[in-house]
Design a protein around this ligand. Structure first.
Ligand code: ADP
Length: 169
C-alpha cells in the first residue's frame, strides 16, 4: 500500500473511504466527527442511528461503516479511539485496533483509497507522537491485495511535522 501525507480537512478528500474519529454513541461530536457530519449531511447520522438501534454503542477500537452522504468519499468508516488515561499499553492496543479494524472493514468494501485522521489526538488527548507511531506501524504492517493507498490527513501543524518526520525515517 502506498502511504501519502496530506495537511488539511479530511471532509474534502477524494477517497473511497474516509475514517471518522467517532465516539461510542455514534451520534456525532466535536472535532473531526462534527466536521464530517456537518459536511456529509443527515444521511450519515441516520445510518449511525440505524447501527445504534441494531447493535448498541460502538466499542473502543471497533469500526462501523455508513454512506459518505454529501462527501466526496463513498463511505465513512467510524471508529472509536481510546481516551488517553495514562495507560500506555492498553491505550496503544486499542488505538492499533482502530486502524486494523478500519482497514479490514475497508477491504470488505473493496476500498482502494482510504484516508485517516489522527485518531484520539484531539479531544481524547492521546500523545501525538505515540499515536502517529502506532498509526504508521499498523498501516505498514497491514498487507492488502485490495487497498492501494492510505492517506494520513493531518489537520494541525504539530501532527503534520510528526508524521513527516516518522514517514521520512
Ligand atoms: P478524538 O476525540 O479522537 O481525539 P478529535 O476530532 O478531537 O478526535 O481529534 C482527532 C484529530 O482530528 C485531531 O488531530 C484534530 O486536529 C483532527 N481534526 C479536527 N478536525 C479535522 C478535520 N476537519 N479534518 C481532519 N482532521 C481533523
Amino acid at each position: 500500500m502506498n502511504i501519502e501525507l496530506i495537511k488539511g480537512d479530511i471532509t474534502k478528500i477524494e477517497a473511497d473511504a474516509i475514517v471518522n474519529a467517532a465516539n461510542s454513541s455514534l451520534l456525532g461530536g466535536g472535532g473531526v466527527d462534527g466536521a464530517i457530519h456537518r459536511a456529509g449531511g443527515k444521511k450519515i447520522l441516520d445510518e449511525c442511528i440505524e447501527i445504534r438501534n441494531r447493535q448498541g454503542k460502538c466499542k473502543t477500537g471497533e469500526a462501523v461503516v455508513t454512506t459518505g452522504g454529501n462527501l466526496p468519499a463513498k463511505y465513512v468508516i467510524h471508529t472509536v479511539g481510546p481516551v488517553w488515561n495514562g495507560n500506555e499499553e492498553k491505550g496503544s492496543k486499542l488505538l492499533a485496533n482502530c486502524y486494523i479494524n478500519s482497514l479490514k472493514l475497508a477491504e470488505s468494501l473493496d476500498v482502494k483509497i482510504i484516508a485517516f485522521p489522527n485518531i484520539s489526538t484531539g479531544i481524547y488527548r492521546f500523545p501525538k507522537e505515540l499515536a502517529a507511531k502506532i498509526a504508521i506501524d499498523e498501516v505498514k504492517d497491514f498487507t492488502s491485495e485490495i487497498i492501494e493507498k492510505v492517506i494520513f490527513v493531518c489537520f494541525d501543524d504539530e501532527n503534520e511535522k510528526i508524521y513527516r518526520k516518522l514517514l521520512e525515517e
